[in-house]
Design a protein around this ligand. Structure first.
Ligand code: NAD
Length: 256
């Protein structure tokens, strides 16, 4: 018997087999969840579709989270196909590459707005549509964040500010949705090689730094993040909401 037998979930944020959202999807599926998948644009469909097919997904839908009509269409289809929803995984972030190279001081208005829209506001937009489908079902919404929200990580810049906004959104959403029995949490993951992290200048330096300084003296894997996602998606965490849980080999506790 799986921890998620009979549960229905939707995964936002798979781009390829290295995506953290893909590791989470595999873990949730293994524990019995039936999953729907979305892809950000046509270019990614050919990568996402075979992965989703391999888990027997019936719903594989396009969703650029900056487009309200696409968000609405996704949840209409989820409603007609699943009828309800138990789990939503948000593994989405984007910022202009040039904003992750220069000083934060040089962030443009458009670059700031784009990072906030895709990486932070999208959680609220998706949660608002998911909530009616989760009503009365002890739903769980989870997102992925990074320590650059709290401390200055060189060149993480506008994304750090977006992650701060995302983490605050988790708390406000948890307060709004808690009375409906819906939980909202974030996992703060250590650096992992993915498509998104390849866009951060000096990312290798981040990996080496964590390996040298984190209590566990290593980096984490997407599978380890997925283990915590399973805990947050399941009844094992039924009393936990509004939290940011670190899966970072302990890096965040170090002062020196
Ligand atoms: P990834 O590139 O595999 O995933 C990012 C996803 O965001 C992609 O699937 C991409 O299609 C999606 N996306 C971007 N713009 C979008 C839009 N407009 N509409 C819909 N989807 C859009 O990389 P990842 O590292 O797995 O990132 C997943 C999450 O984990 C992100 O929030 C990221 O910030 C976070 N995170 C990553 C790391 C890391 O080191 N890799 C560490 C901590 C947190």
């Amino acid at each position: 018997m799986g921890l998620l037998d009979g549960r229905k979930g939707i995964i936002f944020g798979v781009a390829n087999e290295k995506s953290i959202a893909w590791a989470i999807a595999q873990k949730l599926h293994k524990e019995g969840a039936e999953l729907a998948f979305t892809f950000a644009g046509e270019a990614l469909e050919k990568r996402v579709r075979p992965l989703a097919d391999s888990l027997g997904a019936k719903l594989i839908l396009q969703c650029d989270v900056t487009k309200d009509d696409q968000i609405e269409a996704v949840f209409r289809q989820v409603q007609s196909s699943f009828g309800h929803l138990d789990i939503l995984v948000h593994g989405i972030a984007f910022a202009n590459k040039e904003d992750l190279k220069t000083d934060f001081l040089n962030t443009s208005r458009d670059g700031f707005r784009l990072a906030q829209d895709v990486s932070a506001y999208s959680l609220t937009a998706l949660a608002r549509h998911a909530a009616p489908l989760m009503q009365g079902r002890a739903g769980s919404i989870l997102t992925l964040t990074y320590y650059g929200s709290e401390k200055v990580i060189p060149r993480y810049n506008v994304m750090g500010v977006a992650k701060a906004s995302l983490e605050a959104s988790v708390r406000y959403l948890a307060a709004d949705l808690g009375p409906k029995g819906i939980r909202v949490n974030a996992i703060s993951a250590g650096p992992i090689r993915t498509l998104a992290s390849a866009g951060i200048s000096g990312f290798l330096e981040m990996l080496h730094h964590v390996e040298a300084k984190a209590p566990l003296r290593r980096n984490v894997t997407a599978e380890e993040v997925a283990g915590t996602a399973l805990y947050l998606a399941s009844d094992l965490s039924s009393g936990v909401t509004g939290e940011v849980i670190y899966v970072d080999a302990g890096y965040n506790i170090m002062g020196m």
